[in-house]
Design a protein around this ligand. Sequence first.
Ligand code: BTN
Length: 319
Amino acid sequence: MKEKIIQLLNEADDYISGEEISKQLGVSRTAIWKVINRLKEEGYEIESVTRKGYRLLSSPDILNSEELHYNLNTEIIGNKIINFDKLDSTNQQAKKLALEGASNGTVVIAEEQTAGKGRRGKMWVSPPGTGIWMSAILRPSVMPENASMLTLVAGLAVCKAVREITNLEASIKWPNDIVVNGKKICGLLTEMNSEIDFINFVVVGIGINVNIEKFPPELDNIATSLMIEGNQSYQRKKLVKRTLEIFEDYYKKYLATEDLTKIIEEYNEHCINIGRKVRVTGRKQDITGNVKCVTNKGELIVTDQQGEDIVVTSGEVSV
Ligand code: BTN
C-alpha cells in the first residue's frame, strides 16, 4: 500500500484527496492517513490541506523498495528489491537469500554495510546514506566458466549510468573498477555458487561511492566519490534505477550469445586501459605491456615487451 500511495502522490499534478486515494486502493481514509504520517516520519514532505487533500513536495533520497520500484523499467533485475538499513554485506545477505530460494533478479540493497567485502579479502568502506551498496541475485542458464563476464557486463552498466546521471567522464578499469579522474568510484564483486556444469546462482555486488565527502588517508589516493569529483551531491535512487535498467539491457545481450559479442565494442570504448601501458599482477608471473583490447570473452589482450600478445583472464591491473 505504501508503494501505491507514493506512486499516486508522485503522479498527481496537484493535490490528491484522501477520498480519491481510498477509492483507488480500496482502503479506509484512516489507513491512508496512517501511511502518510509514516511517510512524513521517513522524510517525505507532504502538505495536507483540508478539502483538497495531499500534495507531495519532496521525497528523501532513501533506497527503499517503494522508491526504487517507482518507474523502474526492468523485467528481471530488481523485480524484487529487498532493502535494509544496515547489513554486514549485501553480497553475504544475497548469497544467504539465494540459498533459501530467492528468485532470479532479486536485488538486495542497504543504506550501510558494516563488513562490506572487496576483492581478494579486502574490505569495502560503506558508510550510511552516502553510497550505493547493492547485490543482484542472478540465475543465468550459462556455463559456469562464462559467469565471470558478468562483472564486465555490470561494470559497463555502472559506467554508462554514472556518465548519464552525472556527466562525469567515468571509465572502466578492467576488470572490475569504475574510475573518474584516475580514482576509483565503484567496485564490483561477483560471487558464484555452482556445480561443475551448472550455475545455481551468481551474486553481482556493486558498490558506488556517491555522496561520500572524505576518505580515510590510506584510501585518499585511490578512492573518490561522485560528489568529490562533481562538486555536488547526486540522487542515489536515480542512479540505482538507471544502473539496473542498463544492466538488464546488457545482461539480455550477454545471455543471447553467452559472451560479450553484442556489447564488446561499447565496452572497449569505455575501457581506460586500451592503448595504455599496464602492469598485471596477482598471477604466477607479472606482465608488463600495452593493452590491445578486451575480447568478447572478457579477456585482456596485452602485447608484452617481446611483441607477443598475452591473454589475461584475471589479475590486478595497474597503470
Ligand atoms: C572491489 O573493488 O574490491 C569490490 C568491491 C565490491 C563492493 C560491493 S558493495 C556491495 C557488495 N557487497 C559487498 O560486501 N561487496 C559488494
